[in-house]
Design a protein around this ligand. Structure first.
Ligand code: SIN
Ligand code: FE2
Length: 205
């Protein structure tokens, strides 16, 4: 048995196939209003291999000039982000153990070759709330480490319908995606992987 860092919870197969299909449909509508775009790293301007968008009152964005941040509008079309679909708000209520709703849902789309380097989610003012992550479509190799850089890491597969919660002592654990396993799911007709992360950004007053 794999031992995950304290506060990191992996719930394999949490979402039924029907629920996954409903979420994909809702995300298709989000992407129609807020198209996927290619984000760039702060300073270097190096493009990330994932494509991103958001829903919620705030969205996480990054670009060469202004770096990592949350903002209320899409960086390409300037429109407010569409709302977080109800299904995802219910999922947050079920698994977050946090009494306030999420404000941001980052949508990451991974093609076969995309990956994401080890990083912490630390641009949120409220670190009491967990980050809730949902995997849809092709499987990936997920890696999670400690709350400090270069600590030991564990790797495991995330399949479509899995939910991961990074909360409490695990809220700031480093994590990333080493690779996608192409053609391991039929959920998305053209393949690839969608990851959704629900986040509380501001501290409730
Ligand atoms: C992320 O850390 O934003 C994405 C994690 C994942 O794709 O599973
Ligand atoms: Fe992350």
């Amino acid at each position: 048995m794999l031992v995950l860092p304290k506060g990191v919870r992996h719930m394999p197969g949490y979402l039924s196939h029907a629920a996954q299909k409903e979420i994909v449909e809702a995300i298709r509508n989000v992407v129609r209003a807020a198209p996927l775009y290619t984000p760039a790293m702060p300073k270097s301007g190096k493009e990330m291999s994932v494509r991103m968008t958001n829903c919620g009152s705030l969205g996480w964005v990054t670009d060469k000039e202004r770096g990592y941040r949350y903002q209320s509008t899409h960086p390409v079309n300037g429109e407010p982000w569409p709302p977080i679909p109800d299904l995802l708000l219910s999922l947050w209520r079920e698994v977050s153990g946090y009494p306030h709703p999420p404000e941001a849902c980052l949508v990451n789309f991974y093609s076969e070759m995309a990956r994401m380097g080890l990083h912490q989610d630390r641009d949120e003012a409220d670190l009491q709330a967990p980050v809730v992550s949902i995997s849809l479509g092709d499987a990936c190799l997920f890696r999670v480490g400690q709350t400090f850089r270069d600590g030991p890491t564990v790797s495991f597969r995330l399949e479509s319908g899995d939910v991961v919660v990074l909360g409490g002592a695990g809220r700031l654990c480093f994590h990333g995606v080493d690779r996608i396993y192409p053609a391991t799911s039929v959920l998305l007709p053209k393949g690839g992987r969608i990851n959704l992360t629900l986040r509380r950004v501001t501290s409730p007053s």
